[in-house]
Design a protein around this ligand. Sequence first.
Ligand SMILES: *Cc1c(COP(=O)(O)O)cnc(C)c1O
Length: 397
Amino acid sequence: MSKRFTGSFTQQEPIPDDAIEAALRVLRSGRLHRYNVEQDEVAEAALLEQEFADLTGARYCLAVASGGYALTCALRALLPQPGDKVLTNAFTLAPVPGAIAAAGCVPVFVEVTDALVIDLEHLEAMIAQSGAKILMLSHMRGHICDMDRLMAICDSANVIVIEDCAHTMGGHWAGVVSGRHGRVACYSTQTYKHLNSGEGGLMISDDADLMARATILSGSYMLYERHLASPPSSAFDGIRLETPNCSGRMDNLRAAILRPQLRKLADQCAAWNARYHVVEDGLRNVPGLKVIERPEAEDFVGSSFQFLLPDFGPDAIAGLMARCLARGVELKWFGGAEPTAFTSRYTSWQYAPAQSLPQTDRVLDGLMDMRLPLTFSVVDCALIASIIREEVLAERS
Ligand SMILES: *Cc1c(COP(=O)(O)O)cnc(C)c1O
């Protein structure tokens, strides 16, 4: 009898007890709205912002309703004109081009490489071709490109970088916190990311004007002085009446459950990487299967695992997915023509002008993906890798 895996790829860990206690305190107070505070009380949302700013070394931090909201808000705060082109990765999640569209801008996609990062040569070509002045850079599935080269390219072309760090919270490039290269960075605290508040987002930047606008946009009313990690009130003077309130605040309940989780982030990242490396070791040297080689400078967070089946073709991939699923291993495929669940590709985002990206098509056609929730043990991860290994070999024979 072949072994079967019985864990759930969508089951995250429970919310830790100290976070539940913090949530109960907020619930008992009734003051869930971030600006509903007693005399001298500091809101959980404001404390979370201060702690996240401290953790990342950013001057300012703003907590909002979701990662996608943070991306839209960051882009709007850069004051693009309606119809402006914004560059982004062709390989990313739907909320990224969605954020560009929500800000009234037009996504322009850049090719992905076999290492699953943005293609820097194509980026240079697309900067020149499109004239775009903003790049929304998505560190999709935690893969970080050569950030020194990327910033050199963008700086020399006066392209402002917004970093989408939904999968790199806790990661670094050459020792620099992921999110500290661009003008502004956005993180998600949605259930499947590195902190879990159901929904939620965080934005960091050192740019006082941008963060003042983002704070008003997020729905601060004229209560922005209740923030701890926001720019001085002088930064708001010129913009507070001309910036719309596009309500998208984080509440104290979610902030309360995030603060204890933030203190454990480094340990959680180490736990993800232990699992990642077990899967990686188990899938090395399987004929037909390519693991993604990670650069030395990339200190990533292995909360999900990707591999390539470059020569399989759609039928063999469908066969492999069915065989793995029958043994409890749920693989996702980025090559499907129709979007399924969370997985879609750039051709599915038809509100964006059509583009032909042959390199991205080739990579996505062979790209497999799975989550590695921390409810999996390292033993589970070894079993998952051995199941995939056996089924890849079986599918090829
Ligand atoms: C989840 C995710 C987002 C959006 O985050 P939400 O909090 O779900 O809005 C953005 N980019 C990437 C790459 C993501 O995975």
